[in-house]
Design a protein around this ligand. Structure first.
Ligand code: SF4
Length: 407
């Protein structure tokens, strides 16, 4: 029996590039990281603070909810405050139900946003809904803004789904209910894009997304979308969940699609714990792109998992501290030391794999495991440079990493 495995990433799917407030999405541009706030947009202080935190963490585009007059009125003020902080971060307005009205009543909001996100399931397809969809598209054309047509299976256009189910029944059920649902999601996005183009929105102003919460459905829907259109695609698993489940589900589905060359921008939707750090979704998105080799954002800190040879926690603490320090310093280092994100640091627990892994890093340390002599060889550029001894091994290694970066 033969088994073949295509292990190289496929070339990126050709998509029409869309300029979102100065950030290119698609058209061969690197996959863009984006995120979304969970503050009340009408609370200007809280929203500015959270957008700033997301931007500092590396979010290249940030989406905010625009659900009522107060939030629409706040948008230009939020944009202005961010610019005063030196943060020209493209803001995307997330509109549902009354987006057409909010954009019409608040032209300053329409202008301040870099993109509008419309959900065709609730600004949809027939009669009155068509006019609402059309009104948003016309506003986008007037303000020269792109639109993301974002289908979500939780608010899928029910008329479209019912029609496709009826057709499936008439044909004797060639498709399963799951396949009809996938088809409806895909068609909802494509038909909405066609409608937007008929109204006059240019192709380079349209991004599509079709979010579902099941990993296999997400992969299937995006595979269908990518085969049937050349619009730029925003990837995201919706309602991915909390903690490790959300991270694993998002990484598994987005990783497979990215490996197939599908996806121009990603968001990792994680349900934060109460009071939890919203920037975690940005960090996970960056790490996904980085571990897959598509982009580099921060130096890699390689650390072994530890085992019975390391009963002290020194090396885990050192690895964590170095990683945290690097993340904290990255905004400055990125400016000061171009290429610093390609750096690789190794912090290893003992001599079994420590020297080997450390030699593969730019700078690495192999800490003494339990029972070994309290000496920690340090490797720089693949060669043993020195051995640290004594109580302050961790502090001295940190200083060496900082020196290495500065040099
Ligand atoms: Fe254990 Fe040493 Fe391997 Fe780390 S490098 S996992 S401490 S054997």
């Amino acid at each position: 029996m033969s088994f073949s495995f295509d292990f190289e990433p496929k070339p990126r799917r050709q998509s029409v590039g869309v300029n979102v407030g100065g950030v290119m999405v698609g058209g061969g541009a690197p996959v863009v990281v984006q995120s979304m706030t969970n503050t009340d947009t009408a609370d200007i202080d809280a929203t500015v603070a959270q957008v700033a935190a997301l931007f500092r963490a590396g979010s290249e585009i940030v989406r905010i909810t625009v659900d009522r007059d107060e939030s629409a009125a706040a948008v230009p003020k939020i944009r202005e405050r961010l610019l005063r902080l030196g943060m020209d971060v493209p803001l995307v307005g997330d509109f549902h139900y009354i987006g057409h009205k909010l954009l019409a009543d608040h032209p300053a909001c329409a202008e301040a946003l870099a993109k509008y996100r419309i959900n065709p399931g609730n600004v949809g397809f027939k009669d009155k809904k068509d006019r609402q969809f059309g009104a948003i598209v016309e506003t986008a054309i007037r303000h020269d803004k792109p639109v993301r047509i974002g289908v979500n299976w939780g608010s899928l256009d029910q008329e479209l789904l019912t029609r496709l189910m009826d057709e499936n029944q008439e044909k004797g059920f060639p498709l399963t209910a799951q396949e009809v649902m996938r088809e409806a999601i895909c068609q909802s996005a494509l038909l909405s894009a066609e409608l937007a183009e008929e109204i006059g929105l240019a192709r380079d102003k349209i991004i599509l997304s079709a979010k579902v919460s099941n990993v296999q459905d997400l992969i299937a829907v995006y595979a269908m979308l990518s085969a049937r259109s050349d619009h730029a695609l925003h990837l995201g698993l919706t309602e991915a969940g909390m903690g490790t489940k959300g991270i694993v589900a998002s990484s598994a589905s987005l990783g497979i699609l990215l490996q197939q060359g599908i996806g121009d921008t990603i968001r990792i939707s994680l349900t934060p714990e109460p009071g939890g750090d919203r920037t975690r979704e940005v960090q996970v998105a960056q790490e996904l792109l980085q571990v897959m080799g598509f982009r580099q954002f921060v130096p890699v800190v390689a650390a072994c998992p530890g085992c019975g040879r390391t009963t002290s926690t020194v090396f885990q603490e050192l690895a964590q501290k170095i990683q945290d320090d690097i993340r904290k310093n990255m905004p400055v280092w990125r400016e000061k030391y171009p290429g610093v994100e390609a750096l690789k640091v190794a912090v290893m627990g003992c001599i079994v794999n420590g020297p080997g892994e450390s030699k593969h890093a730019d700078i690495g340390i192999s800490l003494p495991g339990t029972g070994e002599l309290p000496a920690a060889p340090v490797y720089i550029d693949g060669k043993k440079a020195m051995t640290l001894r004594g109580a302050n091994i961790a502090g001295e290694f940190e200083a060496l990493v900082a020196d290495y970066i500065e040099q």
